[in-house]
Design a protein around this ligand. Structure first.
Ligand SMILES: C[S@@+](CC[C@H](N)C(=O)[O-])C[C@H]1O[C@@H](n2cnc3c(N)ncnc32)[C@H](O)[C@@H]1O
Length: 320
């Protein structure tokens, strides 16, 4: 396996510098170009992300599933909502022997088939097809290599059931899954109420859902990649909490803007919330002035500092 990361890091730095110079020369922010430059910068952490996905995200999901369901992984029927471009968590549950299904609004397949790129182009557009091709060539070999190293076993990509489907309107029969998992997806879902209702419907009576949600009011919650890891690196260009203030540097992804309180109200209508935990960030950057400005807009100090919410939900159906 050739280590191309130093080369990719150089391309990322070059792209960021070139974009800055171009933006300065035309007198405006060329934000799409900068998004791609930032994305390259983000992928400089390719291996770190692979280790996080395998150890923390999958490891945490597996621990929750086995603790709450009290059965071996090979007996579990698992649904991942919003598996994303890598489908790592679905892949790791499948490779561990669980009967796994992943759904996403994007069409995602492993491998380099021209038919796949054609389908991505038709279903999700040219930009998604081109970025997938670029990512497949430049980053994915290193990423999956690292995931496999952490997992310690061969990844079984064959027969993994990935389907293009809206979580708010699922195509599965009632009581189909024991474990529903989702990571960094709910903040992108427009109809959270219908999605929660759908998860409750497809879960068995002793089923469990584990959902991790990146929270909008947090420092990284605007999804500007320059604030993706605020405790490690701060943007010199984009003001802190810009998305709650003047929103000078909006991102191109859809965000429903819900707070943790909004999510919990919805989940409590459909489930018993048995665990609820937060990851905090950005404490040293929340000055008294900023806190005053943003609390006037209705955000609490906790809203501003809570990067993500993780809930474990039990079905309310009879039988638990
Ligand atoms: C930020 S990505 C996270 C992907 C993955 N979970 C990860 O952690 O890498 C959010 C994903 O949610 C998917 N998504 C958004 N809304 C959805 C919906 N209503 N139903 C299913 N998937 C959805 C998007 O297509 C995208 O792949």
């Amino acid at each position: 396996m050739v280590d191309n990361e130093p080369f990719l890091a150089k391309i990322a730095s070059f792209m960021i510098t070139a974009t800055k110079r171009y933006s300065a020369s035309v007198g405006r922010d060329t934000s799409k170009a900068r998004t791609y430059a930032n994305l390259f910068g983000y992928f400089k952490r390719n291996r770190w992300i692979a280790r996080r996905d395998c150890n923390q995200v999958f490891g945490g999901a597996l621990k929750t599933a086995t603790t709450h369901l009290k059965k071996p992984v090979s007996d579990m029927r698992v649904l991942e909502i919003g598996h994303g471009q890598h489908a790592t968590i679905s892949l790791l549950f499948h490779s561990s022997g669980a009967k796994t299904t992943g759904i996403d609004m994007d069409y995602v397949r492993f491998g380099f088939s021209p038919k796949t790129y054609w389908r991505i182009f038709k279903l999700n557009g040219l930009e998604r097809a081109l970025t997938t091709l670029g990512r497949n060539i430049l980053f994915d070999p290193g990423y999956y290599n690292e995931v496999q190293k952490c997992f310690g076993k061969t990844l079984q990509k064959r027969d993994l059931n990935l389907r293009r489907m809206n979580a708010a309107d699922m195509d599965f029969a009632d009581n189909t899954f024991d474990f529903v998992f989702s990571f960094a997806v709910f903040e992108h879902i427009a109809d959270v109420e219908s999605t929660a209702k759908e998860i409750a419907r497809v879960l068995t009576s002793d089923g469990v859902a584990s959902l991790s949600i990146d929270l909008f009011p947090s420092l990284s919650g605007g999804h500007n990649l320059e604030w993706a890891f605020p405790d490690d690196a701060q943007s010199k260009r984009v003001p802190a909490w810009d998305h709650l203030r003047d929103n000078l540097y909006p991102t191109h992804v859809y965000l429903n803007k819900l707070t943790a309180t909004d999510y919990l109200e919805i989940f409590k209508r459909h489930f018993d919330v048995v665990e609820c935990a937060y990851i905090l960030e950005g404490r040293s950057l929340l000055t008294a002035e900023l806190e005053q400005e943003l609390t006037k807009k209705g955000y609490t100090r906790h809203d501003l500092l809570a990067r993500s919410l993780r809930v474990v939900l039990h079905s309310k159906k009879q039988g638990r």
